[in-house]
Design a protein around this ligand. Sequence first.
Ligand code: FAD
Length: 359
Amino acid sequence: MHKIIVVGGVIGAYGAKFLVENNEVTLIEEHKNEEQPVHCAGLISKSGFERLKINPDKFILNKVRGAKFFSQNISFEIRTNETKAYVINRKMFDNELLNSAIDSGVKFINERAIDIQVGENFTVRTKKNEFKAKNLVMATGANYKLHRKLNLMVPKFLNALQYEIFAECESDMVELHLTKDFFAWLIPVRGYTRVGIAGYGNVKEKLDTFIKNLKQHRKVGEILARQAGLIPIYAPKFKTEYKFSDLNLRLAGDAAAQVKATTGGGVVMGCLAARHLADKNYENGWRKEIGNELYLHLMLRKFLNRKSIRYDDMLLLANKHKHIFYSADMDIASKLLKNLTAEFVRHPLMIIDIFKILF
Ligand SMILES: Cc1cc2nc3c(=O)[nH]c(=O)nc-3n(C[C@H](O)[C@H](O)[C@H](O)COP(=O)(O)OP(=O)(O)OC[C@H]3O[C@@H](n4cnc5c(N)ncnc54)[C@H](O)[C@@H]3O)c2cc1C
């Protein structure tokens, strides 16, 4: 039985539940319930919930059965007859995972960790208290202040901004509008839409321009809420486990950049990784389960971000080989690549179209 301190939110709470089976776990998180700022579109795959063994019923706001992709002149859609993803209430989801961790025996401290010292133990200081342990998990999200303080690696990241707004769109289809560095999204909720963008530089300007263009052919109403955040970019060499003599430090979730580089989604991947916090060798454990997938997402992102790429031609090609997308999974990039490889064997001349997209 070890003493373990976990600093962080949803991924920390999910991981803490596994850690507390054999350890004494204290979870330090500064926000709870209403005060918690949301920076998430709340789109989580149905298969992801199944993989995490979480029943989503309590926090589902909407169900989605497909996606529409837009380039400048072309659109392409994958429409199915079944629910592929849920749009969730993130506050309720985070709270549920936190309560579940507390029910499992995790001690919860609703405070901010303002400092961490490395000595005989890790000493985590909050405004009112001090906590000591030889094992520390940082699941502090895309806030890298404590990383910098401890001289840990810090990932590269994209800026993201989202408005909750009334904007016309189909109630059970998400939209992805491809941009040069990432994409803009429309996610239908109930009676309103989450419209956001991620990218480099000034995302406010980019989102406002996107919405201005949207207004030319759709009804768009008042902004109800604004949510901003960072999206860390996965890097295979990013270190997620550190030793300081006999002290052990592990990073999980956005703090470890365990995020799909294709979409910026980090909830499912972060939780899958956090299950390995209880492993003897954390770094090997989580990489074995999702390392390859995160790497493939990164390769796809690099492909999509190539300067010479022509999205119009890419979507035309996707339309021609549409069926390979129906059995794909938004979290498991290898499934799509497997389908693509099989299609390539059937239609080797696809290579000409791929060259057309790239050059
Ligand atoms: C605009 C936007 C849209 C997104 N949409 C999606 C989506 O649709 N689907 C998806 O899967 N992912 C999405 N993501 C990514 C997703 O939000 C993150 O991957 C996920 O929240 C990571 O969880 P986490 O626990 O690592 O970090 P967080 O959810 O950020 O939680 C970290 C928590 O730790 C707390 N904390 C930090 N430092 C301290 C400290 N010093 N002391 C105490 N507490 C501290 C923070 O207050 C926070 O509550 C989106 C991200 C952005 C920015």
